[in-house]
Design a protein around this ligand. Structure first.
Ligand code: SF4
Length: 92
């Protein structure tokens, strides 16, 4: 493989790996406390339980310093990092 072809392939590969990650993040909607599943788990956007927030829950994922984080219980949605629900569990 020529150096020029290698550089073209590298650039194409980098685009393929970065664009889908950005797209997935952009498509995640913010979970509403009015969502039926959120209501079932008593989800709130501001925790009233000291020391327990979504950002330090074992089910949270992604950038835990962000305002909104991913949650394994709500695939495709983001929860408020300061939020809480009744299945909160401490991160190991
Ligand atoms: S499971 Fe954890 S991260 Fe998900 S909404 Fe409940 S408290 Fe927040």
């Amino acid at each position: 493989m020529k150096r020029r072809d290698f550089l073209k392939l590298s650039a194409a590969t980098a685009g393929v790996t970065l664009i889908p990650a950005y797209t997935v993040q952009a498509q995640e909607e913010q979970l509403s406390p009015d969502d039926p599943q959120a209501k079932a788990l008593a989800y709130v956007e501001v925790s009233e339980t000291e020391g327990q927030q979504c950002r330090n829950c074992i089910h949270a994922k992604g950038d835990l310093e962000a305002e909104w984080v991913g949650c394994n219980l709500f695939p495709g949605k983001q929860v408020k990092a300061e939020g809480w629900c009744k299945v909160w569990a401490a991160r190991g």
